[in-house]
Design a protein around this ligand. Structure first.
Ligand code: NAP
Length: 482
Protein backbone atom coordinates (compact mmCIF):
# COMPACT_ATOMS: atom_id res chain seq x y z
CA UNK A 1 0.00 0.00 0.00
CA UNK A 2 1.32 3.47 -0.87
CA UNK A 3 2.17 5.60 2.10
CA UNK A 4 0.71 9.11 2.18
CA UNK A 5 2.74 11.81 3.90
CA UNK A 6 1.19 14.86 5.55
CA UNK A 7 3.43 17.83 4.87
CA UNK A 8 3.03 21.52 5.69
CA UNK A 9 3.59 23.69 2.62
CA UNK A 10 4.31 27.38 3.14
CA UNK A 11 4.32 29.09 -0.28
CA UNK A 12 5.88 32.23 1.21
CA UNK A 13 6.41 35.70 -0.23
CA UNK A 14 7.65 37.22 -3.48
CA UNK A 15 8.84 34.41 -5.77
CA UNK A 16 7.88 31.85 -3.09
CA UNK A 17 4.56 30.73 -4.60
CA UNK A 18 6.15 30.23 -8.07
CA UNK A 19 9.11 28.16 -6.83
CA UNK A 20 7.11 26.08 -4.33
CA UNK A 21 4.44 25.36 -6.99
CA UNK A 22 7.21 24.08 -9.29
CA UNK A 23 8.62 21.89 -6.50
CA UNK A 24 5.19 20.56 -5.54
CA UNK A 25 4.28 19.64 -9.14
CA UNK A 26 7.61 17.87 -9.67
CA UNK A 27 7.40 15.94 -6.38
CA UNK A 28 3.82 14.89 -7.15
CA UNK A 29 4.88 13.70 -10.61
CA UNK A 30 7.22 11.13 -9.01
CA UNK A 31 4.18 9.35 -7.57
CA UNK A 32 5.05 9.98 -3.93
CA UNK A 33 1.71 10.55 -2.24
CA UNK A 34 1.53 13.75 -0.20
CA UNK A 35 -1.31 15.57 1.54
CA UNK A 36 -0.11 19.17 1.41
CA UNK A 37 -1.37 21.33 4.24
CA UNK A 38 -0.96 24.79 2.70
CA UNK A 39 -0.25 27.38 5.42
CA UNK A 40 0.47 31.07 5.65
CA UNK A 41 3.50 32.88 7.08
CA UNK A 42 5.46 36.02 6.26
CA UNK A 43 4.63 39.46 4.91
CA UNK A 44 0.82 39.21 4.74
CA UNK A 45 0.68 37.80 8.27
CA UNK A 46 2.82 40.66 9.63
CA UNK A 47 0.56 43.14 7.86
CA UNK A 48 -2.52 41.60 9.52
CA UNK A 49 -0.93 42.53 12.88
CA UNK A 50 0.51 39.15 13.89
CA UNK A 51 3.88 40.24 15.36
CA UNK A 52 5.74 36.95 14.74
CA UNK A 53 4.70 36.58 11.09
CA UNK A 54 3.70 32.97 11.83
CA UNK A 55 0.02 32.25 12.66
CA UNK A 56 -0.87 29.63 15.27
CA UNK A 57 -2.53 27.48 12.57
CA UNK A 58 0.84 27.19 10.77
CA UNK A 59 2.63 26.28 14.00
CA UNK A 60 -0.03 23.66 14.76
CA UNK A 61 0.30 22.21 11.27
CA UNK A 62 4.09 21.75 11.57
CA UNK A 63 3.63 20.33 15.10
CA UNK A 64 1.27 17.72 13.63
CA UNK A 65 3.13 16.93 10.41
CA UNK A 66 6.74 17.27 11.67
CA UNK A 67 7.90 18.13 8.15
CA UNK A 68 7.48 21.36 6.17
CA UNK A 69 8.54 22.66 2.77
CA UNK A 70 8.66 26.43 2.77
CA UNK A 71 9.17 29.27 0.35
CA UNK A 72 11.11 32.38 1.38
CA UNK A 73 9.54 34.75 3.89
CA UNK A 74 10.00 38.47 3.95
CA UNK A 75 10.12 40.59 7.09
CA UNK A 76 8.49 43.82 5.87
CA UNK A 77 10.17 46.92 7.29
CA UNK A 78 8.04 48.44 10.05
CA UNK A 79 6.24 45.17 10.93
CA UNK A 80 7.74 43.22 13.79
CA UNK A 81 11.39 42.99 14.69
CA UNK A 82 12.21 39.36 14.16
CA UNK A 83 12.38 37.39 10.93
CA UNK A 84 9.57 34.82 10.55
CA UNK A 85 12.19 32.41 9.14
CA UNK A 86 14.28 32.60 12.29
CA UNK A 87 11.13 32.34 14.43
CA UNK A 88 10.20 29.07 12.71
CA UNK A 89 13.70 27.60 13.15
CA UNK A 90 13.72 28.55 16.83
CA UNK A 91 10.15 27.44 17.57
CA UNK A 92 10.88 23.97 16.26
CA UNK A 93 14.41 23.77 17.70
CA UNK A 94 15.77 23.16 14.21
CA UNK A 95 19.40 23.35 15.32
CA UNK A 96 21.06 21.99 12.21
CA UNK A 97 21.12 23.90 8.95
CA UNK A 98 22.30 21.57 6.20
CA UNK A 99 23.34 23.30 2.98
CA UNK A 100 24.73 21.07 0.20
CA UNK A 101 26.97 22.66 -2.43
CA UNK A 102 27.33 20.48 -5.52
CA UNK A 103 28.49 21.46 -8.98
CA UNK A 104 25.45 21.43 -11.27
CA UNK A 105 26.07 19.92 -14.72
CA UNK A 106 25.53 22.37 -17.55
CA UNK A 107 25.91 25.48 -15.36
CA UNK A 108 28.85 27.60 -16.47
CA UNK A 109 30.95 28.94 -13.61
CA UNK A 110 34.68 29.64 -13.22
CA UNK A 111 34.79 26.41 -11.17
CA UNK A 112 33.11 24.14 -13.72
CA UNK A 113 34.70 20.68 -13.91
CA UNK A 114 36.30 20.91 -10.47
CA UNK A 115 33.87 18.36 -9.03
CA UNK A 116 32.71 20.54 -6.14
CA UNK A 117 30.56 18.46 -3.82
CA UNK A 118 30.41 19.31 -0.12
CA UNK A 119 27.87 20.00 2.61
CA UNK A 120 27.89 22.81 5.12
CA UNK A 121 26.38 21.84 8.47
CA UNK A 122 25.73 25.11 10.24
CA UNK A 123 24.59 25.54 13.83
CA UNK A 124 21.27 27.31 13.46
CA UNK A 125 20.17 28.65 16.85
CA UNK A 126 23.09 30.03 18.86
CA UNK A 127 26.02 32.38 18.37
CA UNK A 128 25.56 36.06 17.56
CA UNK A 129 22.29 35.10 15.82
CA UNK A 130 20.61 34.57 19.18
CA UNK A 131 20.11 38.31 18.61
CA UNK A 132 20.81 39.43 22.18
CA UNK A 133 21.97 43.01 21.78
CA UNK A 134 22.34 45.98 24.11
CA UNK A 135 23.55 49.53 23.71
CA UNK A 136 26.15 49.78 26.48
CA UNK A 137 26.51 53.53 26.08
CA UNK A 138 24.75 55.81 23.56
CA UNK A 139 27.64 55.07 21.19
CA UNK A 140 28.66 51.49 22.00
CA UNK A 141 26.65 48.42 20.93
CA UNK A 142 27.16 44.91 22.21
CA UNK A 143 25.92 41.57 20.82
CA UNK A 144 26.28 38.44 22.93
CA UNK A 145 27.84 35.42 21.28
CA UNK A 146 26.20 32.46 23.03
CA UNK A 147 27.83 29.09 22.36
CA UNK A 148 26.85 26.09 24.48
CA UNK A 149 28.50 22.70 24.84
CA UNK A 150 25.11 21.19 24.07
CA UNK A 151 24.67 23.23 20.89
CA UNK A 152 28.18 22.28 19.76
CA UNK A 153 27.71 18.61 20.54
CA UNK A 154 24.42 18.42 18.64
CA UNK A 155 25.75 20.07 15.50
CA UNK A 156 29.07 18.20 15.53
CA UNK A 157 27.32 14.84 15.90
CA UNK A 158 24.87 15.79 13.16
CA UNK A 159 27.77 16.64 10.84
CA UNK A 160 29.41 13.24 11.41
CA UNK A 161 26.06 11.50 10.89
CA UNK A 162 25.50 13.43 7.63
CA UNK A 163 28.99 12.34 6.53
CA UNK A 164 28.15 8.70 7.27
CA UNK A 165 24.73 8.86 5.63
CA UNK A 166 26.20 10.35 2.46
CA UNK A 167 29.31 8.14 2.38
CA UNK A 168 31.68 11.07 2.90
CA UNK A 169 35.22 10.70 4.19
CA UNK A 170 36.18 13.97 5.90
CA UNK A 171 34.60 16.50 8.25
CA UNK A 172 36.26 19.89 8.64
CA UNK A 173 35.32 22.05 11.61
CA UNK A 174 35.72 25.74 10.74
CA UNK A 175 36.11 28.07 13.72
CA UNK A 176 37.82 31.24 14.87
CA UNK A 177 39.07 29.45 18.02
CA UNK A 178 42.47 31.11 17.69
CA UNK A 179 40.86 34.46 18.66
CA UNK A 180 37.64 33.53 20.54
CA UNK A 181 39.20 30.81 22.66
CA UNK A 182 36.22 30.20 24.92
CA UNK A 183 33.25 30.51 22.51
CA UNK A 184 34.56 29.33 19.11
CA UNK A 185 37.08 27.29 21.12
CA UNK A 186 34.20 25.34 22.69
CA UNK A 187 33.14 24.26 19.20
CA UNK A 188 36.70 23.19 18.34
CA UNK A 189 37.20 21.28 21.60
CA UNK A 190 33.81 19.56 21.28
CA UNK A 191 34.60 18.61 17.68
CA UNK A 192 37.96 17.12 18.64
CA UNK A 193 36.36 15.10 21.43
CA UNK A 194 33.35 13.82 19.47
CA UNK A 195 35.50 13.01 16.41
CA UNK A 196 37.04 10.12 18.38
CA UNK A 197 33.66 8.39 18.25
CA UNK A 198 33.76 8.46 14.44
CA UNK A 199 37.10 6.78 13.63
CA UNK A 200 35.85 5.94 10.11
CA UNK A 201 35.77 9.66 9.25
CA UNK A 202 38.77 11.95 9.02
CA UNK A 203 38.36 15.01 11.26
CA UNK A 204 40.21 18.25 10.58
CA UNK A 205 40.01 21.64 12.21
CA UNK A 206 40.44 24.70 9.97
CA UNK A 207 40.46 28.38 10.91
CA UNK A 208 37.41 29.90 9.29
CA UNK A 209 39.19 32.63 7.33
CA UNK A 210 41.45 30.00 5.80
CA UNK A 211 38.33 27.92 5.09
CA UNK A 212 36.99 30.85 3.01
CA UNK A 213 40.33 31.06 1.20
CA UNK A 214 40.52 27.30 0.60
CA UNK A 215 36.91 27.19 -0.59
CA UNK A 216 37.86 29.47 -3.45
CA UNK A 217 41.33 28.01 -4.09
CA UNK A 218 40.54 24.28 -3.82
CA UNK A 219 36.82 23.73 -3.11
CA UNK A 220 37.01 20.09 -4.21
CA UNK A 221 39.01 19.19 -1.06
CA UNK A 222 35.91 19.61 1.16
CA UNK A 223 33.35 16.93 2.01
CA UNK A 224 31.51 18.22 5.10
CA UNK A 225 32.14 21.50 6.92
CA UNK A 226 30.65 21.94 10.39
CA UNK A 227 30.65 25.42 11.86
CA UNK A 228 29.03 27.99 14.12
CA UNK A 229 26.02 29.99 12.99
CA UNK A 230 27.54 33.15 11.53
CA UNK A 231 30.57 31.41 9.99
CA UNK A 232 28.15 28.96 8.35
CA UNK A 233 25.89 31.68 7.02
CA UNK A 234 28.79 33.36 5.26
CA UNK A 235 30.57 30.22 4.04
CA UNK A 236 27.37 28.75 2.62
CA UNK A 237 26.63 31.84 0.53
CA UNK A 238 30.22 31.65 -0.68
CA UNK A 239 29.52 28.01 -1.53
CA UNK A 240 26.43 28.87 -3.57
CA UNK A 241 28.50 31.43 -5.49
CA UNK A 242 30.90 28.64 -6.54
CA UNK A 243 28.19 26.60 -8.25
CA UNK A 244 26.11 29.23 -10.05
CA UNK A 245 24.37 31.34 -7.44
CA UNK A 246 21.48 31.34 -5.02
CA UNK A 247 19.14 29.76 -7.59
CA UNK A 248 21.01 26.47 -6.96
CA UNK A 249 21.38 26.49 -3.16
CA UNK A 250 18.96 24.23 -1.25
CA UNK A 251 18.77 23.78 2.51
CA UNK A 252 17.24 21.87 5.40
CA UNK A 253 16.63 22.96 8.99
CA UNK A 254 16.81 19.82 11.09
CA UNK A 255 15.84 19.26 14.72
CA UNK A 256 15.19 16.19 16.87
CA UNK A 257 11.51 16.13 15.97
CA UNK A 258 10.88 18.61 13.15
CA UNK A 259 12.42 19.38 9.79
CA UNK A 260 11.81 22.45 7.64
CA UNK A 261 13.15 22.43 4.08
CA UNK A 262 13.82 25.70 2.29
CA UNK A 263 16.11 27.32 -0.28
CA UNK A 264 18.95 29.52 0.94
CA UNK A 265 17.65 32.45 -1.13
CA UNK A 266 15.04 35.02 -0.16
CA UNK A 267 11.83 36.28 -1.76
CA UNK A 268 13.61 38.22 -4.58
CA UNK A 269 10.63 40.63 -4.78
CA UNK A 270 11.65 42.21 -8.10
CA UNK A 271 10.97 38.87 -9.83
CA UNK A 272 7.69 38.10 -8.05
CA UNK A 273 4.89 36.99 -10.38
CA UNK A 274 7.06 37.16 -13.52
CA UNK A 275 7.44 33.38 -13.97
CA UNK A 276 11.15 33.79 -14.72
CA UNK A 277 12.92 32.75 -11.53
CA UNK A 278 15.00 29.58 -11.13
CA UNK A 279 13.13 27.07 -8.92
CA UNK A 280 16.11 24.64 -8.61
CA UNK A 281 16.98 25.60 -5.02
CA UNK A 282 13.48 24.82 -3.73
CA UNK A 283 13.16 21.75 -5.96
CA UNK A 284 16.43 20.42 -4.48
CA UNK A 285 15.19 21.34 -0.98
CA UNK A 286 12.23 19.10 -1.85
CA UNK A 287 14.71 16.38 -2.88
CA UNK A 288 16.36 16.71 0.54
CA UNK A 289 12.91 16.38 2.10
CA UNK A 290 12.21 13.18 0.15
CA UNK A 291 15.54 11.72 1.37
CA UNK A 292 14.60 12.71 4.93
CA UNK A 293 11.38 10.73 4.44
CA UNK A 294 13.31 7.76 3.05
CA UNK A 295 11.98 8.25 -0.51
CA UNK A 296 15.40 7.86 -2.12
CA UNK A 297 14.18 6.63 -5.50
CA UNK A 298 11.90 9.62 -6.06
CA UNK A 299 14.63 11.97 -4.79
CA UNK A 300 17.22 10.57 -7.20
CA UNK A 301 14.71 10.61 -10.07
CA UNK A 302 14.15 14.36 -9.58
CA UNK A 303 17.86 15.09 -9.20
CA UNK A 304 18.69 13.16 -12.37
CA UNK A 305 15.82 14.74 -14.34
CA UNK A 306 17.08 18.16 -13.24
CA UNK A 307 20.64 17.38 -14.40
CA UNK A 308 19.33 16.09 -17.76
CA UNK A 309 17.13 19.18 -18.22
CA UNK A 310 19.91 21.66 -17.41
CA UNK A 311 22.79 19.90 -19.15
CA UNK A 312 21.68 17.42 -21.84
CA UNK A 313 18.58 19.37 -22.97
CA UNK A 314 20.15 22.77 -22.19
CA UNK A 315 16.87 24.08 -20.76
CA UNK A 316 17.66 26.75 -18.19
CA UNK A 317 16.06 29.80 -16.61
CA UNK A 318 17.06 33.42 -17.14
CA UNK A 319 19.64 33.58 -14.31
CA UNK A 320 22.03 31.23 -16.14
CA UNK A 321 20.72 31.27 -19.74
CA UNK A 322 20.26 35.02 -20.20
CA UNK A 323 17.06 36.68 -21.38
CA UNK A 324 16.96 35.30 -24.95
CA UNK A 325 15.50 31.79 -25.10
CA UNK A 326 15.43 31.13 -21.35
CA UNK A 327 12.74 28.82 -20.00
CA UNK A 328 10.05 30.25 -17.75
CA UNK A 329 9.79 28.87 -14.21
CA UNK A 330 6.75 26.76 -15.14
CA UNK A 331 8.23 25.54 -18.45
CA UNK A 332 11.41 24.53 -16.62
CA UNK A 333 9.30 22.52 -14.14
CA UNK A 334 7.40 20.92 -17.08
CA UNK A 335 10.74 19.87 -18.63
CA UNK A 336 11.91 18.26 -15.38
CA UNK A 337 8.61 16.38 -15.09
CA UNK A 338 8.97 15.18 -18.70
CA UNK A 339 12.54 14.02 -17.94
CA UNK A 340 11.64 11.96 -14.86
CA UNK A 341 13.10 8.50 -15.51
CA UNK A 342 16.06 9.77 -17.57
CA UNK A 343 19.57 9.64 -16.10
CA UNK A 344 22.55 11.91 -16.61
CA UNK A 345 25.43 10.02 -18.24
CA UNK A 346 28.21 11.24 -15.94
CA UNK A 347 26.62 12.86 -12.85
CA UNK A 348 25.26 10.03 -10.73
CA UNK A 349 23.32 10.69 -7.55
CA UNK A 350 25.15 9.81 -4.35
CA UNK A 351 24.19 6.70 -2.48
CA UNK A 352 22.27 8.34 0.37
CA UNK A 353 21.14 6.71 3.59
CA UNK A 354 18.76 8.27 6.09
CA UNK A 355 20.66 10.53 8.51
CA UNK A 356 20.71 8.96 11.97
CA UNK A 357 19.74 11.95 14.10
CA UNK A 358 22.04 12.26 17.12
CA UNK A 359 20.66 11.82 20.61
CA UNK A 360 22.12 14.36 23.01
CA UNK A 361 20.95 14.59 26.61
CA UNK A 362 18.12 17.09 27.21
CA UNK A 363 19.67 18.08 30.55
CA UNK A 364 20.37 21.83 30.56
CA UNK A 365 23.75 21.35 32.29
CA UNK A 366 25.74 18.97 30.15
CA UNK A 367 29.01 20.08 31.74
CA UNK A 368 29.33 19.62 35.48
CA UNK A 369 32.19 20.75 37.71
CA UNK A 370 33.20 19.77 41.21
CA UNK A 371 34.83 23.04 42.24
CA UNK A 372 33.96 26.62 41.45
CA UNK A 373 35.13 29.98 42.73
CA UNK A 374 34.35 33.59 41.88
CA UNK A 375 37.79 35.15 42.07
CA UNK A 376 37.00 38.55 40.69
CA UNK A 377 34.70 40.85 38.82
CA UNK A 378 34.67 42.70 35.49
CA UNK A 379 32.70 45.92 35.76
CA UNK A 380 31.75 47.62 32.50
CA UNK A 381 31.63 51.38 32.95
CA UNK A 382 30.43 54.24 30.80
CA UNK A 383 33.09 56.92 31.09
CA UNK A 384 34.61 59.61 28.94
CA UNK A 385 36.97 60.71 31.74
CA UNK A 386 40.72 59.99 31.42
CA UNK A 387 41.27 56.34 32.43
CA UNK A 388 44.08 57.25 34.88
CA UNK A 389 41.57 59.36 36.81
CA UNK A 390 38.98 56.54 36.64
CA UNK A 391 41.64 54.09 37.90
CA UNK A 392 42.47 56.24 40.95
CA UNK A 393 38.75 56.72 41.75
CA UNK A 394 38.11 52.96 41.56
CA UNK A 395 41.14 52.13 43.71
CA UNK A 396 39.82 54.49 46.36
CA UNK A 397 36.30 53.06 46.03
CA UNK A 398 37.39 49.47 46.79
CA UNK A 399 39.87 50.32 49.56
CA UNK A 400 39.19 48.05 52.54
CA UNK A 401 37.10 45.55 50.48
CA UNK A 402 37.98 41.97 49.50
CA UNK A 403 39.06 43.01 45.99
CA UNK A 404 41.62 45.27 44.40
CA UNK A 405 41.60 46.89 40.97
CA UNK A 406 43.76 44.73 38.69
CA UNK A 407 43.48 46.79 35.55
CA UNK A 408 41.25 48.82 33.24
CA UNK A 409 40.87 47.82 29.61
CA UNK A 410 38.97 49.13 26.63
CA UNK A 411 37.86 46.85 23.78
CA UNK A 412 40.05 44.09 25.25
CA UNK A 413 43.28 46.14 25.49
CA UNK A 414 44.84 46.96 28.86
CA UNK A 415 45.09 50.73 29.51
CA UNK A 416 45.70 51.07 33.24
CA UNK A 417 48.02 50.85 35.13
CA UNK A 418 50.55 51.94 32.54
CA UNK A 419 50.00 53.91 29.40
CA UNK A 420 49.30 53.14 25.79
CA UNK A 421 49.07 56.40 23.82
CA UNK A 422 48.24 54.54 20.57
CA UNK A 423 44.87 53.29 21.85
CA UNK A 424 41.87 55.32 20.68
CA UNK A 425 39.70 54.99 23.80
CA UNK A 426 35.92 54.67 23.64
CA UNK A 427 33.43 55.51 26.39
CA UNK A 428 33.06 51.92 27.59
CA UNK A 429 35.80 50.80 29.99
CA UNK A 430 36.18 47.43 31.67
CA UNK A 431 37.52 47.51 35.22
CA UNK A 432 38.84 44.14 36.39
CA UNK A 433 38.85 43.49 40.12
CA UNK A 434 40.63 40.46 41.67
CA UNK A 435 40.23 38.97 45.12
CA UNK A 436 43.04 40.01 47.46
CA UNK A 437 43.32 36.46 48.85
CA UNK A 438 43.61 34.07 45.90
CA UNK A 439 41.44 31.30 47.35
CA UNK A 440 38.57 33.58 48.44
CA UNK A 441 35.20 32.95 46.77
CA UNK A 442 33.34 36.25 46.36
CA UNK A 443 29.73 36.11 47.53
CA UNK A 444 26.82 38.04 46.06
CA UNK A 445 26.69 40.27 49.12
CA UNK A 446 30.43 41.05 48.70
CA UNK A 447 29.67 42.00 45.12
CA UNK A 448 26.65 44.10 46.11
CA UNK A 449 28.83 46.02 48.60
CA UNK A 450 31.58 46.55 46.01
CA UNK A 451 29.09 47.72 43.38
CA UNK A 452 27.47 50.20 45.78
CA UNK A 453 30.89 51.74 46.44
CA UNK A 454 31.78 51.86 42.73
CA UNK A 455 28.43 53.33 41.69
CA UNK A 456 28.91 56.41 43.92
CA UNK A 457 31.25 57.96 41.37
CA UNK A 458 30.82 55.81 38.25
CA UNK A 459 28.07 54.85 35.82
CA UNK A 460 28.25 51.06 35.36
CA UNK A 461 26.28 49.07 32.78
CA UNK A 462 26.91 45.45 33.54
CA UNK A 463 29.12 43.16 35.54
CA UNK A 464 30.59 39.74 34.83
CA UNK A 465 31.67 37.40 37.60
CA UNK A 466 35.16 35.97 37.01
CA UNK A 467 34.47 32.27 37.47
CA UNK A 468 37.02 29.54 38.04
CA UNK A 469 35.63 26.13 37.08
CA UNK A 470 37.65 23.20 38.44
CA UNK A 471 40.63 25.53 38.79
CA UNK A 472 40.46 26.82 35.21
CA UNK A 473 39.62 30.47 34.48
CA UNK A 474 36.26 30.93 32.76
CA UNK A 475 37.36 34.25 31.28
CA UNK A 476 40.06 35.54 28.98
CA UNK A 477 42.80 38.08 29.59
CA UNK A 478 42.93 41.48 27.93
CA UNK A 479 45.80 42.17 25.52
CA UNK A 480 48.68 43.37 27.67
CA UNK A 481 47.29 41.91 30.91
CA UNK A 482 49.72 39.74 32.91
P1 NAP B 1 17.17 37.29 -2.24
O1 NAP B 1 15.69 37.32 -2.22
O2 NAP B 1 17.84 35.98 -2.02
O3 NAP B 1 17.62 37.85 -3.68
C1 NAP B 1 18.92 38.34 -3.94
C2 NAP B 1 19.28 38.08 -5.38
O4 NAP B 1 19.66 36.71 -5.55
C3 NAP B 1 18.16 38.28 -6.40
O5 NAP B 1 17.98 39.62 -6.72
C4 NAP B 1 18.69 37.44 -7.54
O6 NAP B 1 19.85 38.05 -8.13
C5 NAP B 1 19.25 36.24 -6.81
N1 NAP B 1 18.25 35.18 -6.60
C6 NAP B 1 17.56 34.90 -5.46
N2 NAP B 1 16.79 33.83 -5.65
C7 NAP B 1 16.99 33.42 -6.92
C8 NAP B 1 16.46 32.36 -7.68
N3 NAP B 1 15.57 31.48 -7.20
N4 NAP B 1 16.88 32.24 -8.95
C9 NAP B 1 17.77 33.11 -9.47
N5 NAP B 1 18.32 34.12 -8.79
C10 NAP B 1 17.93 34.27 -7.52
O7 NAP B 1 17.80 38.32 -1.20
P2 NAP B 1 17.32 39.77 -0.75
O8 NAP B 1 16.89 40.55 -1.95
O9 NAP B 1 18.40 40.28 0.09
O10 NAP B 1 16.06 39.50 0.18
C11 NAP B 1 14.70 39.68 -0.20
C12 NAP B 1 13.79 39.31 0.98
O11 NAP B 1 13.94 37.92 1.29
C13 NAP B 1 14.12 40.06 2.29
O12 NAP B 1 12.90 40.42 2.92
C14 NAP B 1 14.84 39.04 3.14
O13 NAP B 1 14.67 39.28 4.51
C15 NAP B 1 14.16 37.76 2.70
N6 NAP B 1 14.99 36.55 2.88
C16 NAP B 1 14.35 35.42 3.27
C17 NAP B 1 15.06 34.24 3.40
C18 NAP B 1 14.33 33.00 3.80
O14 NAP B 1 13.11 32.95 3.70
N7 NAP B 1 14.99 31.96 4.27
C19 NAP B 1 16.43 34.20 3.11
C20 NAP B 1 17.06 35.38 2.68
C21 NAP B 1 16.33 36.55 2.56
P3 NAP B 1 19.86 39.01 -9.40
O15 NAP B 1 19.27 40.30 -8.93
O16 NAP B 1 21.32 39.13 -9.70
O17 NAP B 1 19.07 38.37 -10.48
Amino acid sequence: MTKTYNITLIPGDGIGPEVTTAARRIIEATGVSINWDVCEAGAEVFKKGQATGVPQATIDSIMRNKVALKGPLETPIGFGEKSANVTLRKLFEAYGNIRPVREVPGIKTPFQGRNIDFVIVRENLEDLYAGIEHMQTPGVAQCLKIISRKGCEKIVRLAFEVARAEGRKTVHCATKANIMKLSEGLMKRTFEEIAKEYPDIQAEHIIVDNAAHQLVRRPEQFDVIVTTNMNGDILSDLGSGLIGGLGFAPGANIGDDYAIFEAVHGSAPKYAGKNTINPTAVVMSGVMMLRHLGEFEAANAIEQALFVTLDIDGIQTRDTFGNEGAASTSAFADAIIKNLGRKHSTCASRNYQRVKLPKVSKAPDLVKVTARQVNGLDVFLESSVDFNTVGKTLETAVEGTLVCLKMISSRGVKLYPGSNPAVDVIDMLTARFSVRETAYDLTDSDIADIMLRISKNNRWNHIEKLNMFDGKPGYTKAHGED
